[in-house]
Design a protein around this ligand. Sequence first.
Ligand code: PXL
Length: 264
Amino acid sequence: MKKTLTLAGSDSSGGAGIQADLKTFQEHNVYGMTALTSIVAMKPDNWSHDVTPIAVSTVEKQLDTILSIGIDAMKTGMLGSVEIIELGATKLKANQINKVVIDPVMVCKGEDEVLQPENTDAMRELLLPLATITTPNLFEAGQLAQTGPIKDIAGMKEAAAKIIELGAENVVIKGGKALEHEKAVDLFYDGSEFLLLEKEKVNTTYNHGAGCTFAAAITANLAHGKSVKEAVIAAKEFVHAAIVDGWKLNQFVGPVMHGAYNRR
Ligand code: PXL
């Protein structure tokens, strides 16, 4: 059985975070383990997010448990603090983990809580050099590459090149629906060849957890031994189906359907 780790936060509403990761791992027939970094709760009346960080010493104990077992691949999600980013980088290096998906979560969709610039700096400096692949959305790519807002494919290419310079082996920038383009485009770059992954845009707002699900699917595919490019291409199919079958959970949020691909 292939084993995977997610170092990420809990989304109590079940669509994103470690919940998305575990559901996605299960759908890929890998054994998922979790090191929880933070707990996100939503206010019932307006769904504003409330984030409780987990003590760094507790995150470390979880990582030590999981790394004593051993893993085939891992991902990161919401990390919450510079201390946790530093801890993650230290453990990754000490254990020579070599299939690492860095999903540089900066802010939840629809939330405009103040960015923590020190977290972005720490992710750029400590985690990108350890990344087999990083999976920023347009906003996160602009922050990591320090290119400013990205609007088009030329901007995505410029940011992707910077992110490779910063030390990531591969990058896939999620253009999604926000990009000024007729299709939903993600841009994959391995330092030598750009690959545009295009899909019809899905007209839905029920896509909560799509980013986490995509990164978790890449992680599971890497654990199974796929090449990075194959892992990304297969993950895009998986998350596209999950978005097509996204559904309304309540008046505020609609998660992707993590099991949609396998049910087709
Ligand atoms: O979708 C980003 C995200 C990641 N991780 C956790 C979250 C969210 C958004 O809600 O709650 C734990």
